[in-house]
Design a protein around this ligand. Structure first.
Ligand code: SF4
Length: 108
């Protein structure tokens, strides 16, 4: 567990999350272990057409990427989460949806 104080986490998270999400942020026990917690959060929000390479490099080393992806898949969030863009996550959701339909068909 990181030695970062809750106040510092809040300060950092405000840049990565909307105000509403900040309240949910404290409910995520994995967030203090995130590799991005002390990084410039701007790199996780590249401008349209900008590079997400730097963010993805950090995500690749993150030990809570799985939890992060699950969290990001729950809602249509902006930015890079667990090396995925918003479009990537939409594709993953469609893939999961198709898989669920196929499974249901097999079990009927
Ligand atoms: S996977 Fe990436 S965005 Fe998610 S918590 Fe880790 S470093 Fe941050």
């Amino acid at each position: 567990m990181s030695g970062i104080s809750p106040e510092r986490i809040l300060e950092l998270s405000v840049r990565h999350h909307s105000d509403a999400e900040v309240f949910g942020f404290f409910g995520q026990s994995w967030r203090p272990d995130a590799a991005c917690i002390d990084k410039d959060q701007e790199i996780f929000f590249p401008a349209k057409g900008g590079s997400a390479k730097e963010a993805k490099k950090i995500c690749a080393l993150c030990k809570v990427a799985e939890q992060c992806l699950e969290y990001a898949l729950d809602e249509d969030r902006d930015g890079i989460w667990a090396s995925t863009s918003r479009d990537d996550r939409r594709k993953i959701r469609r893939f999961i949806g198709a898989g669920k339909k196929a499974l249901k068909a097999v079990n009927e």
